[in-house]
Design a protein around this ligand. Structure first.
Ligand SMILES: NC(=O)c1ccc[n+]([C@@H]2O[C@H](COP(=O)([O-])OP(=O)(O)OC[C@H]3O[C@@H](n4cnc5c(N)ncnc54)[C@H](OP(=O)(O)O)[C@@H]3O)[C@@H](O)[C@H]2O)c1
Length: 230
């Protein structure tokens, strides 16, 4: 089984790669810094895990196309896509005083980047008998809990959730399951050290959605494998 994780040489992405590889997935660890990515993948291989690095800035269509060609040539199929790359938890702002550069970057990375990569990978995911797409979202994007704060981050994650619902509907006939997952508040560079959850705890819910069996849900929003409000 072949999996691909974006933004994966640190934080939740790195832990997701580890947990999938421990379940015997071959994992392509992607990220925009080649040195960090190569070194993370080679550490995993030293532990006997089947992990390869490929460069990917999710905002770069040329790199998306290159990654597609690499996956096609090396594996010919993609079973699991984890759209994990994320940026800009903009706590210093609210909806009345946004920083437009941050808004633009957040929307491009958290929403449009995930969308572009998914569309590029769809031909390979359709070749899988058990295609799974996980959009790593956030409770900050939940419409029900929406506050005026973190405007770039919250709007980009709410948009990502729309992508999940639309993709899940579009891909239902082919048995491809698409879900949004909130990992909870996790101790990473983004979450900070005050967060209550470890990366292991946060990534478990992502891996749950990535490894759903045929009876598993699609088009939902989950934390720790349990539905949460859109
Ligand atoms: N931590 C939390 O409490 C929490 C809560 C809810 C949701 N999440 C979500 O979980 C996901 C992972 O977050 P994290 O906490 O692990 O954050 P993190 O430690 O800051 O890691 C974010 C990752 O995304 C990558 N990235 C950013 N822009 C990218 C781009 N254009 N192309 C490719 N990779 C890019 C970063 O790579 P660089 O090193 O190149 O910047 C890094 O590897 C995010 O989607 C985040 O929104 C986190």
């Amino acid at each position: 089984m072949i999996a691909l994780v974006t933004g994966a040489y640190r934080g939740l992405g790195l832990e997701t790669v580890k947990q999938l590889a421990e379940q015997k997935y071959t994992v392509v660890l992607t990220g925009r810094n080649t040195d960090k990515g190569e070194s993370a993948a080679s550490e995993f291989r030293d532990q006997g895990l089947d992990v390869y690095f490929h460069r990917l800035d999710v905002n770069d269509q040329f790199e998306i196309n290159e990654l597609h060609d690499y996956m096609l040539e090396k594996f010919g199929v993609l079973d699991v896509l984890v759209n994990n790359a994320g940026i800009h938890y903009d706590t210093g702002h609210d909806v009345t005083n946004p920083n437009w550069n941050i808004v633009q970057e957040a929307v491009e990375t958290n929403f449009i980047g995930a969308w572009k990569l998914t569309v590029a990978m769809l031909p390979l995911i359709k070749k899988s008998a058990t295609g799974r797409i996980v959009n790593v979202s956030s409770g900050a994007g939940s419409l029900q809990d929406m506050s005026p704060g973190t405007p770039a981050y919250s709007t980009s994650k709410a948009a990502m959730n729309v992508l999940t619902i639309q993709l899940a509907e579009a891909l239902k006939p082919e048995g491809i399951k698409v879900n949004s997952v909130c990992p909870g508040w996790v101790r990473t560079d983004m979450g900070g050290q005050a967060a209550p959850r470890s990366v292991e705890e946060g990534a478990t819910g992502i891996v749950w959605a990535a490894t759903l069996n045929q009876n598993g849900p699609t088009g939902g929003f989950f934390r720790d494998g349990k539905p949460i409000a859109w």
